[in-house]
Design a protein. Sequence first.
Length: 127
Amino acid sequence: MLKLNENAQGEPLVLVYLYKNAGTLIVPSDIARYIGASTARVANILNNLEEKGMISREISREDRRKILVFLTDKGRKETKERRTRTITRISNVFEAMGEERTQQFIEAWALFIQTSMSILEQEKEEQ
């Protein structure tokens, strides 16, 4: 599944977050919360992406203690292309499965998500 969706982890996941939230002020701690990683891991990812010319960072004008993260044109272009490839792959899988099996899959997936959320909520209440 991870090979099918090349945006599901690490650098691509950070790029997708920045892409989806373009136009908003994003700090590294926002990214860490989104991807479920430590701020140290995010700093490492951001360093790598900056070296590749995919992101830029600058000090906030309003709060000089904050570092803001932005996609560069290169980062935006590559992320858009990667998202398009992923959507095409998934679309091709659903087409190959056929309408009936795709509908069954969607219903089963919705049940899986609903059940997972219910179990997580129960665990939270028990703690």
